[in-house]
Design a protein around this ligand. Structure first.
Ligand code: DHB
Ligand code: FE
Length: 281
């Protein structure tokens, strides 16, 4: 059966993509952030995943406010990206894994998660920036991609508790896939940030730290909060942390090791974080 070899969670701030495009990784403002990924690169070199299941939120490139699914899974052979207006060069398309996508879709629908299935899908900075952080200069991409998209943009949003269960269902789906594929789960977005309104620039280090710690040994901790409480604690875009939660839940409830983590405030308006977790067994 396919094996889930680990989970990487990272912020996806567009400024990161711009810094990569301009080669600013060694500049004082950026160095600590990019250096934080060196242990992830060494880990990826060692474990060599075949597939990345990427849990992210679309910001208006593929879905817009007129039609917005709560949960969507890509089942395409290829995912293009496009210029979103951030002035970042586009990366090469990602190769999909339609067979694994359909297996996951069938499995989660059987588990009562009625996802939107997307045989055509474009992916935005929430996929591209994390892929560039994990595999710098990695194009053509060394892994196939299964995009899992969750609405964090237009209310009502799925609750943290629902996302946690969705992640567990994806974990069961992967674990029942008859293949020797090695799967890394990537959760993107967060941590605390608010881009607009009266609280623009809001950051909550204390809550971010508690959330990161919880993901190691108490992964369902955040499910005690309602969506509104999480927005209060983390900002209206900080709610993207439900994507980290979903990705972490894919690993299941067994023990995990934290192999790397970084927390960097701020990048743009965002408290940027990264974690690498590996199942203990
Ligand atoms: C920023 C953060 C995001 O998560 C995003 O999707 C876009 C912009 C920012 O902090 O600039
Ligand atoms: Fe975002």
């Amino acid at each position: 059966m396919a094996r889930i070899i680990g989970c990487v969670t990272t912020s996806h701030v567009p400024a990161i993509g711009a810094a990569i495009a301009k080669g600013r990784q060694e500049e004082p403002y950026w160095k600590e952030w990019f250096d934080g990924f060196k242990p992830v690169h060494r880990w990826l070199d060692r474990v060599r995943p075949d597939v990345a299941v990427v849990v992210y939120n679309d910001h208006g490139l593929n879905f817009f406010l007129d039609k917005l699914p709560t949960f969507a899974i890509g089942a395409a052979a290829q995912y293009q990206t496009a210029d979103e207006g951030w002035n970042i060069p586009t990366v090469l398309p990602f190769t999909g894994d339609p067979e694994l996508s359909w297996h996951v879709i069938n499995s989660v629908v059987a588990d009562d998660f009625d996802v939107t299935m997307c045989q055509e899908m474009v992916v935005d900075h929430a996929v591209c920036n994390p892929m560039q952080l994990l595999w710098p200069g990695g194009e053509p991409w060394p892994v196939r991609v299964v995009p899992v998209e969750i609405n964090t943009v237009q209310f009502p949003l799925p609750s943290a508790a629902r996302c946690y269960e969705f992640g567990q269902a994806i974990g069961r789906a992967i674990a029942s896939y008859p293949s020797d594929a090695r799967v890394v789960v990537i959760g993107t977005g967060g941590l605390s940030h608010q881009l607009d309104g009266e609280r623009a620039g809001f950051i909550n280090k204390d809550f971010d730290r508690k959330f990161m710690t919880s993901l190691i040994a108490d992964p369902s901790w955040a499910t005690r909060y309602t969506t509104v409480e999480l927005v209060e604690q983390t900002g209206s875009q900080g709610i993207e942390l439900i994507l980290w939660l979903t990705a972490r839940a894919v690993l299941g409830t067994g023990p995990v090791h934290e192999l790397a983590a970084t927390y960097h405030v701020p990048i743009s308006n965002t408290a940027a974080g990264m974690m690498l977790l590996e199942p203990a067994a």
